[in-house]
Design a protein around this ligand. Structure first.
Ligand code: SAH
Ligand code: SF4
Length: 395
């Protein structure tokens, strides 16, 4: 991309009512207000609407029920009306791969035949689901596999929250009606990271609505502290994220000079490091979250020197932060190499000694191409060539 080229959002949109099959409207992904409006439009008396929203919400998001007939606290006639008008539809899981380390990668098909990837990462005391917000990504970070996928469309709230629901199906964590609240002990699916395909802040409203559903106490009920949204640095949407979502924030920082960051994360040409840091400085207070995670991919000879580590510390001074070092994950045609282990350790050490947590992210699910930055729909044919990737990286 030429240095002065504007970064545009070339994103296809689909109508909100798009539903697989027969034209009935999908209730998944509607906010509480949206659900209320839909129920009233279908003939629910206004006086009853709030109660019906609560009941249906709990069936969908607490119990994981998909069939209106099973909603036994609703009258038979009302259930039939719901069934004629609505569906509770999930994206379709096309394939599931399980890594040697237990990581699960789901290939999920959404309307229009597009595919996105969702990754479940089990840990000892928790389990994290990495979800996608777009098919592909309009941004072209030169080290990221997703960025090489040309075709992009925004996911709907239903498709975003649907990824959580299909993972819950697969993990068997919905409580069984009448048997109790389901899981005891640590939750199998306890955390969400918006670190899959796409730039979540280029699909703000859908991501916000989906996360509101995930956080709602009468359903999936994840605390906002267990949801982390990762952005490449869409500065104007950062304050809005604090205000309207209030989840934890991670930022794909990856470089300590504008010159290098322009190449790695081209959105930097639009919102350079200084502007990004200004927006980040206000985030913890505005969102009442403890600290920001700075993600830093370790690329051999590109951004991994001691000088970089020291510059990074200077830059983030005053921002409550944790620095997450990500060993570069290779993909076919990638124009970079992973830094040596000793280099990553030395870099981490400098940051740690300056008083910041500096965990090194263990690559998970590499054998099934499920690690950070490796996601890309295998069936997506609109690929960029290696030459194009290198030209855009300024190599
Ligand atoms: N678009 C968002 C979220 C998705 S990427 C963002 O860029 O923040 C999730 C994280 O994986 C980001 O920090 C991204 O920079 C990192 N990443 C991308 N490609 C990678 C690769 N090949 N190896 C390691 N990390 C990568
Ligand atoms: Fe998009 Fe994030 Fe990949 Fe950059 S790193 S191309 S913003 S998914």
């Amino acid at each position: 991309m030429p240095a002065d080229a504007p970064i545009t959002q070339d994103v296809l949109t689909i109508p909100r009512k798009d539903v697989p099959g027969d034209g009935r409207m999908n209730l998944v992904g509607l906010t509480r207000d949206g659900l209320r409006a839909a129920l009233i439009e279908a003939g629910t008396p206004e006086k009853q609407a709030k109660m019906r929203v609560n009941q249906i919400w709990q069936w969908m998001y607490h119990w994981g029920v998909r069939d209106f007939a099973a909603m036994t606290n609703l009258s038979k006639d009302y259930r039939a009306l719901l069934d004629r008008t609505f569906v509770i539809a999930m994206p379709e899981v096309v394939s599931r791969q399980i890594s040697d380390d237990g990581t699960r990668k789901y290939l999920v098909r959404i309307a229009g035949g597009h595919e996105v990837e969702t990754v479940y990462i089990p840990e000892e005391d928790r389990g994290t689901l990495c979800i996608s917000s777009q098919v592909g990504c309009t941004l072209t970070c030169s080290f990221c596999h997703t960025g090489t996928q040309k075709l992009v469309r925004n996911l709907t709230p239903a498709e975003i929250v649907g990824q959580i629901m299909v993972a819950r199906d697969d993990l068997g964590v919905w409580p069984e009606p009448g048997v109790g609240s389901g899981e005891t002990g640590p939750r199998l699916l306890s955390n969400i990271v918006l670190m899959g395909m796409g730039e979540p802040l280029y699909n703000f409203e859908a991501v916000r609505d989906a996360m509101k559903i995930a956080m709602d106490g009468e359903g999936i009920a994840l605390s906002r502290r267990r949801i982390t949204l990762s952005t490449s640095g869409v500065v104007p949407e950062i304050a809005r994220t604090a205000e309207e979502i209030g989840c934890m924030l991670a930022v794909s920082f990856h470089a300590t000079t504008d010159e290098v960051r322009d190449k790695l994360v081209p959105i930097n040409k639009r919102w350079p490091i200084a502007e990004l840091l200004d927006a980040l400085r206000d985030y913890p207070k505005a969102s009442n979250s403890e600290r920001i995670t700075f993600e830093y991919v370790m690329l051999k000879g590109v951004n991994d020197s001691d000088e970089d580590a020291r510059r990074l510390i200077q830059l983030i001074k005053g921002i409550p932060a944790k620095i997450n070092l990500i060993p570069f994950n290779e993909w076919p045609g990638a124009p970079y190499e992973r830094s040596d282990w000793s280099r990553i350790k030395a870099f981490a050490d400098i940051i740690y000694k300056a008083g910041y947590a500096s965990p090194i992210r263990t690559p998970r699910g590499e054998d099934i191409m499920a690690a950070c930055g490796q996601l890309k729909s295998a069936t997506e044919r609109a690929r960029k060539s290696r030459a194009q990737i290198q030209a855009e990286a300024g190599l």
